[in-house]
Design a protein around this ligand. Structure first.
Ligand SMILES: [Zn+2]
Length: 190
């Protein structure tokens, strides 16, 4: 049974905040447009430690950059949703710099498919559904594998974007690792 009919306390709290935010016109200080002022797009991890740390550590404010967040900051498919977003950022929104920013002690580093399948089962996904997905060609061990070596994963993502057949050649693509504690960013030579 899916739990879809009631909002969680967390969401209720967010909605309450939202009503006040709008009523007090707190949005005014965030006003900008859809074009990134720094012509920059960052692909980084969904990690909660980076929510405020990453923009603060790089001096970014609202309107400066497109930020795409995925587990592990990986660009793992040449025609998947991350590449699609990057092409939109470049071709429609004027981005000229792409940074791939992984980070230390990432939760996606040591994932493995079989333990995640076990977690799905523990959370109530029926075995038949898992088997059906496998039958349809989903290789959970491959799809849900951790990226292992962070620098290697960044290099692979950088080369995926840099060498993409339809990525315009004016775009600079660079790779980085951020310290999840201090925000210090170090380059990955690609
Ligand atoms: Zn991460």
């Amino acid at each position: 049974m899916r739990n879809e009919n009631s909002l969680s306390q967390t969401i209720e709290t967010l909605l309450e905040h939202n009503r006040t935010f709008v009523a007090e016109r707190a949005y005014e200080r965030y006003r900008t447009d859809k074009y990134p002022d720094k012509k920059l797009c960052i692909v980084t991890c969904m990690d909660t430690r980076l929510v405020e740390l990453l923009p603060a550590a790089l001096g970014l404010k609202n309107g400066d950059a497109k930020i795409i967040k995925v587990a592990g900051a990986e660009v793992s498919h040449p025609f998947g949703s991350v590449m699609r977003s990057l092409l939109i950022a470049v071709c429609e929104l004027g981005v000229e710099d792409i940074m791939i920013v992984a980070h230390s002690s990432c939760g996606a580093q040591h994932m493995d498919g079989s333990s995640m399948v076990k977690a799905m089962e523990d959370l109530g996904v029926e075995e038949d559904r898992i088997k059906l997905a496998q039958h349809c060609g989903v290789d959970f061990d491959r799809w849900l594998a951790g990226f292992g070596d962070a620098e290697k994963a960044v290099r692979e993502s950088v080369s995926m974007v840099r060498e993409h057949p339809v990525m315009p050649p004016n775009v600079r693509v660079t790779g980085w690792i951020m310290d999840s504690e201090t925000g210090e960013i170090t380059p990955v030579h690609c």
